[in-house]
Design a protein around this ligand. Structure first.
Ligand code: OOG
Ligand code: NI
Length: 451
C-alpha cells in the first residue's frame, strides 16, 4: 500500500463530515455553532490573558474544531464493531459510566484520543451507551427488543471492509480514508423510517423512551454534537434570543476563577416526523443541542471533594431557577480552593509541567526542587484540561431530554465487567491517564534542566 495517513487526520476529517451532516439534519445546530463562536470570540477579546494562555497551551487551535457527540447502541456486536471503527481514527474507550443509577437503562464509555498531540490536533469524542435489555422486567418485551435488534446491521458493507483493511494494513491511504469517512458516516445518520410498527414502538416507549430510541431505528443516529464554549453562562443567556430553549439549570460545578471539570447545558429534543411500518405517521424525539465549558481535570482527592459538595448542594438546589441554583452552588463550592497554586499544593487537580524560556537558559545550574523552580519562574505548571464526562451531569442531560423519565428500578446495577465483555476490550481508567501525563511532563522537565 502507499503511505497510510495518520489516525488523527482521519479523525479530523470524520468530525468535520459529522458536523456538516448534523448541520444539514438539524438547522438549529448551525445557529448554536455560530452563537458559541461569537461568545468565544468576545470572551477572548475581553480577556487577552486567557487568549495568551490558551495559545501557549495548544488549546486555541483545537477550540474551533472541538466537539463531542453521543450515540446509543443495542447489542454487544454493535459495540465491538464501533470500537474497531473508532480505533481507525485513533479513538479509544476511556472511562465507565453507570447510568442505571440515574434510572436510565444504559452504561457507557467515551471513545476519544489519548495522546497529548492527538488531543491538541482534534479532541473529538463520542459518548457511547449500550442499552441494557437485561434491566427490562417484562421477558416478552425483552425478547421482542432483542429480536428486532438481531435483524439490523448498523454498518455498511463498505465500512466493514475498510475497518478490516485498516486493521490488516495498519492504517488507510488518503483515498481509503475518504471512503471510510463517507461509509462510516452512514451509521450515524438520522432515518425518518422506523423499522417497527407504531404499536411496537409505543410498547417499547412505555417501558422507557430510550429503549424505543435504540431499538426502533436502522442505526444509532447521532443525538447531539456539543461545541466547547469559553463562557457557558453567557452562551446560555443568549440561547433564547437565538431561538433555543435551554434546560433550566447548567449542570456541573459553578462558575469559578479556575474552572474545574465540566459544565454543560442543553436545549430540548426536536419532535421529528417518523414513518412507522404499515405507513402510520407519528413522531419521535431523539436529537437535542448541548454546549459545554471545560476546566481542569481533578485527582481522585479533588473528585471526592467535588462529589461531596455536589451532593451537599443537591439538597439545597432542588427546584431552583438557574440564577438561584448557581448562587447556592457557588456558596457550597466556596470550600473548593480556587487558585491554581492551591489546587496544585493540595493535590486536587492535575498539572502539566514545562520549562519556561528562562528555565531553558538556566539549564544545569538550576535549583532542583520543583516548588523553587516554579517560584523562580524556570518551570511553569499548567492545568490539564478534563477530557471526559460526568455521570451526574449526563444523567441530568438524559433526563431533561427524555422528559424526566427515570426509572429507579434500574438503579444499583453498575457492571463494568459486562460492559467490557460486550466491548471486547478493557476501558482505560481516565484518572490513570491524567496521572501519567503529569508524571511524564514532570520527569522530562526535570531531565531537560539537567542538560
Ligand atoms: C448521552 C448523554 C451524555 C454528556 O455530554 O454528558 C452526554 C446521551 O444522551 O446519549 O452526552
Ligand atoms: Ni453530551
Amino acid at each position: 500500500m502507499t503511505v497510510p495517513i495518520s489516525h488523527h487526520e482521519i479523525r479530523d476529517r470524520f468530525s468535520k463530515a459529522m458536523s456538516a451532516m448534523y448541520q444539514a439534519e438539524v438547522p438549529q445546530y448551525e445557529t448554536l455553532l455560530e452563537l458559541v463562536a461569537q461568545v468565544n470570540r468576545e470572551t477572548l477579546e475581553r480577556d487577552p490573558e486567557l487568549a495568551a494562555r490558551l495559545e501557549a497551551h495548544d488549546e486555541l487551535n483545537r477550540l474551533s474544531v472541538e466537539r463531542h457527540g453521543a450515540i446509543r447502541v443495542g447489542t454487544a456486536e454493535e459495540l465491538t464493531m464501533l470500537r474497531r471503527l473508532f480505533a481507525v481514527m485513533g479513538m479509544y474507550p476511556v472511562g465507565y459510566y453507570d447510568l442505571s443509577e440515574a434510572g436510565v437503562p444504559v452504561h457507557s464509555t467515551a471513545f476519544r484520543p489519548i495522546d497529548d498531540d492527538a488531543l491538541a490536533r482534534n479532541p473529538f469524542r463520542v459518548f457511547t451507551s449500550l442499552l441494557r435489555l437485561e434491566l427490562i422486567e417484562s421477558a416478552e418485551l425483552r425478547e421482542r427488543a432483542a429480536g428486532i435488534l438481531a435483524e439490523r446491521d448498523i454498518f455498511t458493507p463498505g465500512a466493514r471492509e475498510l475497518i478490516e483493511l485498516s486493521e490488516r494494513q495498519g492504517g488507510l491511504t488518503d483515498e481509503q480514508a475518504d471512503r471510510f469517512v463517507a461509509e462510516s458516516l452512514e451509521t450515524f445518520r438520522w432515518h425518518q423510517d422506523a423499522t417497527v410498527d407504531l404499536e411496537t414502538y409505543e410498547a417499547l416507549h412505555a417501558e422507557h423512551r430510550l429503549i424505543a430510541d435504540v431499538v426502533c431505528f436502522r442505526g444509532p443516529h447521532i443525538n447531539h454534537l456539543t461545541p466547547r464554549t469559553l463562557d457557558i453562562d453567557e452562551a446560555q443567556r443568549r440561547m433564547p434570543a437565538a431561538g433555543m430553549n435551554p434546560k433550566e439549570v447548567i449542570e456541573g460545578p459553578p462558575r469559578r476563577d479556575c474552572p474545574i471539570l465540566l459544565r454543560q447545558t442543553s436545549f430540548k429534543a426536536l419532535e421529528e416526523p417518523t414513518r412507522f411500518a404499515g405507513e402510520r405517521q407519528g413522531t419521535h424525539t431523539a436529537r437535542f443541542g448541548e454546549i459545554e465549558q471545560r476546566g481542569v481535570a481533578l485527582t481522585a482527592k479533588g473528585r471526592a471533594l467535588y462529589d461531596r459538595l455536589l451532593a451537599e448542594s443537591r439538597q439545597r438546589t432542588t427546584g431552583l431557577t438557574n440564577a438561584e441554583h448557581q448562587r447556592v452552588l457557588a456558596e457550597v463550592f466556596a470550600d473548593f480552593p480556587d487558585t491554581e497554586a492551591e489546587l496544585r499544593h493540595q493535590g486536587l487537580a492535575f498539572f502539566e509541567y514545562r520549562l519556561t524560556a528562562a528555565g531553558r537558559e538556566a539549564g544545569a545550574g538550576a535549583e532542583a526542587e520543583l516548588e523553587k523552580l516554579i517560584e523562580q519562574g524556570l518551570v511553569a505548571a499548567r492545568p490539564i484540561t478534563y477530557e471526559d464526562f460526568l455521570p451526574v451531569s449526563a444523567a441530568g442531560i438524559f433526563q431533561s431530554n427524555l422528559g424526566g423519565g427515570g426509572n429507579q428500578a434500574y438503579a444499583g446495577n453498575a457492571n463494568k465487567e459486562a460492559f467490557e465483555e460486550a466491548l471486547g476490550a478493557k476501558v482505560t481508567d481516565e484518572l490513570a491517564l491524567y496521572a501519567e501525563r503529569e508524571r511524564m511532563s514532570l520527569q522530562s522537565t526535570l531531565e531537560a534542566l539537567k542538560r
